[in-house]
Design a protein around this ligand. Sequence first.
Ligand SMILES: [Zn+2]
Length: 164
Amino acid sequence: MPRRKTGLKQGKPLQRKTEMPRGAGLKREANPPAKKSSGQAKTNRGLDPLKAQARRRDGDRCVKCGVHLYGGGNVHHRRNRGLGGSSKANVISNLITLCGTPLTLCHGEVTLKPEKCDAFGNGWRLSTNGTSNPATEPVLVEWLGWALPLADGTWQAIDAREVA
Ligand SMILES: [Zn+2]
């Protein structure tokens, strides 16, 4: 076995002999382009954070009948999102938790038979052509009585006499 002619020089740091071209290292996009939002932000679980907030405020209960939903039911828009109501629809005050679906149980009744349960009178629905603010339109909440859905995501129980 031939002897190595040049021994390893100890203590000499390794040095690169050629310049490393700029940008040849790890490539990383400084600011990846933000994904286009289609109106409302979604969490990574695909849940609308405002709806999740409404459900927390309502203790995962149906505002109309008080039943516990265990993640079921629906969060309902008091003022419809369409028909010109969209700008005021996506606020916490406009959302209430209801059991069922838009076709069944309380949500179905509020949506399909509002006159039967006085959905407008009880604040579970708001007229789309009104100019009122959902935060100042009281809601009949099963466990609170009349209450205002404040913009900070809480209920403020009010005296029934304040309800016109
Ligand atoms: Zn219900």
